[in-house]
Design a protein around this ligand. Structure first.
Ligand SMILES: Cc1cc2nc3c(=O)[nH]c(=O)nc-3n(C[C@H](O)[C@H](O)[C@H](O)COP(=O)(O)OP(=O)(O)OC[C@H]3O[C@@H](n4cnc5c(N)ncnc54)[C@H](O)[C@@H]3O)c2cc1C
Length: 60
């Protein structure tokens, strides 16, 4: 996320950034499937966003 830390404390700022900017792909869900898709998309150079309604891997 560029200058923003990858941390729950930045959640509001991250969501505000997602409202302002355009992304190539939006992934819904931060389980292993979503995390894997995000990694693959970023590796391919896509500007990638992921939303998680609880916490990463919360179900696991
Ligand atoms: C009790 C338990 C024990 C397990 N133990 C093991 C184990 O020992 N070894 C093993 O290999 N597997 C285990 N599993 C299975 C493993 O957890 C799943 O196979 C794996 O987590 C599935 O990954 P997933 O990304 O498809 O789904 P999930 O991990 O369920 O991720 C989906 C994510 O999407 C989010 N989400 C859903 N809807 C929305 C929405 N509308 N907006 C935003 N976010 C959303 C959820 O909050 C969740 O974080 C276990 C599962 C359970 C329930």
């Amino acid at each position: 996320m560029g200058e923003l830390a990858f941390a729950a404390q930045e959640r509001t700022a991250v969501l505000e950034r997602m409202e302002r900017e355009h992304f190539d792909i939006l992934i819904i869900g931060g389980g292993i499937t979503g995390a894997g898709i995000a990694l693959d998309a970023a590796d391919r150079g896509l500007k990638t966003a992921l939303v998680e309604m609880q916490d990463f891997a919360a179900g696991t």
